[in-house]
Design a protein around this ligand. Sequence first.
Ligand code: ADP
Length: 412
Amino acid sequence: MKILVLNSGSSSLKYQLIDLDNNQVAAKGIAERIGVRTAEGASLTFQTNERPARTISADMPDHEEAMRLVFQALTDPEDGAIRSICEISAVGHRVVHGGERFVEPTLVTEETLNEIDAMSELAPLHNPPNLAGIRACRRVMPDVPQVAVFDTAFFAPIPKRAYIYALPYELYEDFGVRRYGFHGASHQYVSSRARQLLREGGRDVSGIRIVSCHLGNGCSASAVVGDRPIDTSLGMTPAEGLVMGTRSGDMDPAIIPFLMRRTGMTPDDIDDLINKKSGLLGISGTSSDMRDIQSRAEAGDERAALAFEIFCYRVRKYIGAYAAAMGGLDVVVFTGGIGENSPDVRAAICHGLEFAGVVIDRSKNDGFRGEGDVSAEGARVRVMVIPTDEEMMIARETAEVVTRLLEPAAHN
Ligand code: ADP
């Protein structure tokens, strides 16, 4: 079964054609600068298993045109990945916010689209471009089933004590002010992969207590017991919790009215401040990119060193808090661009958690690539590095929905 996975941003469209029969990516690429008038112009990259990436420059005034070009590339008789669109069993769309309405992957209908649209108030930057991608795709391939897979859905089971803020309860009832959590596909993928690897190693994983740390440009930590999340660090929006590339994560909420009164900042200015000018960038004053932060810190830049320290300290605090929330800790998983690639970040986060049974093997951790265990022999907690694969998770969820909904007879 081949599933096309789409992730639409405001001016970009990432796609992967995943063959679930062999768990391989048959083709992938990204359309960039959609609807943006720049000297560079819009472009589409395309690569398959057999052929290296090629870039196609073309006019892309909107997502629909980008979609058309993706299909042209996929079915190109010379170097495409499939002969016709009929080979695609379904399309899985990443949608950022499902609110309380969408707690599982959902077949797309006109009604679903209207409901996702209504959810845009909660994710004004993300849901509208996600919707534009789905609508464009439905126009270009109307006969292929489409499924929306929500970034928030994995966290639907977290208990009320974890998702209700200590604000007047009516704000939750009237406006949906609560924690939803994001990066769901990533936390779901890496926590289930960790369980699978441990099960293969002969361990009983029922009730296993995992903290998964997704550390990329956006960062989040989740507490998962068995296959059930019980808490997560991102909140009503993707701004809470850990320090991120440009987002602040946790801070005293009263700083906001203070700054508004003191500087005359508007709500939009504050949005910009906490989402685009804070985090590693805000502390260091130079970069949101962990590679830059590390090399500047090594070269003696004190602000970069402080950004690194605060970043790691915050993750360590969350691991400790979630261990307490779960009544113990069995596994810490690192993923995302930073979690997968920075041994120094992993070591700095774990340093100080030895009391909880977290001990990294320095020689395994340094230069570690790929998927595996970097904890010391005999340590009580397994520290694992697992490259995330959100697209694979979305493809699997999509396949499950279409198999269940469109072929009910097969499951009776
Ligand atoms: P996104 O959240 O946008 O998907 P990624 O998961 O790709 O982003 O993570 C990007 C982050 O990963 C950047 O801060 C980048 O500096 C960091 N990163 C990538 N490779 C390394 C590395 N070798 N060492 C340290 N940080 C790295």
